[in-house]
Design a protein around this ligand. Structure first.
Ligand code: PLP
Length: 406
């Protein structure tokens, strides 16, 4: 049984006030709050257990290394990877996708080769491919979403042609909450011999993920959305793909031997982790994943579905409120606007006065906003600690905006 009050009490920040009102934190899509166990792990990591990793012959370095390396296995289990050797630890999704762009795609893509992307990708899964477009003449093929914000997997599959070298797809849209049938895309792409990179930044927060079942080649996640510290993250790279990847960054830790004239690499995945990593952040990520697993991903998903359904029903009763996208099975992410109520920034400012934290803007998804013919929305994105009562507070504040501006 999911005891929401007990879950909320795990997050100290949720009991604070903002602008004299109880905080209603609905900006989880941007970054999630941290449970006390993660805060404690970070504090302990610095206060009692800190040292550099992988290079020490002393107690603290061995301890930090053991804890840091333990997270590789935690991430592997969390994502359903066959082995922890398929997990590269990093600073987040942006680094993970850039690593695929520089390390896997760049050496094997030529002018005219194609990458297929959905229009609802986050800039983190767009801009690295623009680098390849600008520098190597790679062609980006875009697949649109349907009017309800869903993505027809068949359209992604049909976009794969003889020149396609990679498919990039988000598992869950950070703007619309749309959940994509990535397994169908991966299955068909594999038949065509084309690898698939899945951006799991949002999905892995809200549902149980199994990369082996999905059949993807790359799956990127980011720690700060997973209730872990910022500056932590990981990417799953299937073993055969990792063997094809060249190192993206050079430096300490990723080498075996360096001479004046030569360099040889450490074994994968270490060869993709150059320099001193985010040691304590990564240890905190491991604790955050254990925390989520302890609650149970199915329980988290069921709780969030209940809050989503409540919000969706209440939004439907407000004829002055526009909600972008209503794909079946969508997650608890709502992009909102009020007709005639000015800019999303004005709405979010009023909401903030009521203690409600949302994000306003284009959500690092300008091509999607362009396709939808809008330039900004207010995004209310829910997490494992949000409640129906908070939906009511949000709606009261939106009603105030409607009265003030519309
Ligand atoms: N992909 C999606 C779908 C996101 O929502 C985000 C963050 O907002 C990212 C990628 C980028 O994550 P990060 O900035 O942590 O690297």
């Amino acid at each position: 049984m999911y005891d929401i009050q007990s879950v909320r009490s795990d997050f100290p920040i949720l009991s604070r006030e903002v602008n004299g009102k109880p905080l209603v934190y609905l900006d989880n899509g941007a970054s999630a709050q941290k449970p006390q166990v993660v805060i404690d792990a970070v504090t302990r990591g610095y206060a009692e257990e800190y040292s550099n990793v992988h290079r020490g012959l002393h107690y603290l370095s061995n301890l930090a290394t053991e804890k840091y390396e333990g997270v590789r296995g935690t991430v592997a289990r969390f994502l359903g990877a066959a082995s922890e050797d398929e997990i590269i630890l990093n600073s987040g999704t942006t680094e993970g996708i850039n690593m695929v762009a520089y390390g896997w795609a760049m050496p094997r893509m030529e002018a005219g080769d194609e990458i297929v992307l959905s229009i609802m990708e986050h800039h983190a899964n767009i801009v690295p491919w623009h680098f390849l477009r600008e520098r190597q003449g790679v062609v980006i093929k875009w697949v649109d979403v349907e009017p309800d914000g869903s993505l027809d997997p068949q359209k992604m599959i049909d976009a794969i042609g003889p020149k396609t070298k990679l498919v990039g797809i988000t598992h869950m849209s950070n703007v619309l909450g749309t959940v994509v049938d990535v397994k169908a895309i991966c299955t068909a792409a594999r038949d065509k011999g084309v690898p698939v990179l899945v951006d799991g930044s949002q999905a892995a927060v809200h549902m149980s993920v199994n990369v082996a079942d999905i059949g993807c080649d790359f799956y990127a996640v980011t720690g700060h959305k997973l209730y872990g510290p910022s500056g932590s993250g990981a990417i799953y790279v299937r073993k055969d793909r990792m063997a094809e990847m060249r190192p993206f960054m050079g430096g300490g830790d990723m080498i075996r031997d360096v001479t004046r004239d030569t360099v040889t690499w450490n074994d994968p995945p270490m060869m993709f982790e150059a320099g001193t990593p985010g040691i304590v952040q990564t240890i905190g990520l491991g604790v955050a994943l254990d925390y989520m697993t302890g609650l149970g991903m199915e329980n988290i998903a069921a709780h969030e579905a209940k809050v989503r359904d409540y919000a969706r029903d209440r939004f439907k009763g407000l004829n002055w409120l526009q909600v972008q996208g209503d794909a079946p099975g969508k997650g608890a992410i709502f992009s909102l606007s009020i007709e005639g109520a000015g800019h999303a920034h004005d709405i979010s400012t009023v909401l903030d006065k009521k203690g409600v934290a949302v994000r306003a803007g284009s959500h690092c998804a300008m091509p999607l906003m362009d396709a939808m013919g809008i330039n900004a929305t207010c995004r209310a994105s829910f997490g494992l600690y949000n409640t129906e009562a908070e939906v009511d507070v949000l709606i009261d504040a939106l009603e105030l905006c409607h009265d003030l501006f519309a």
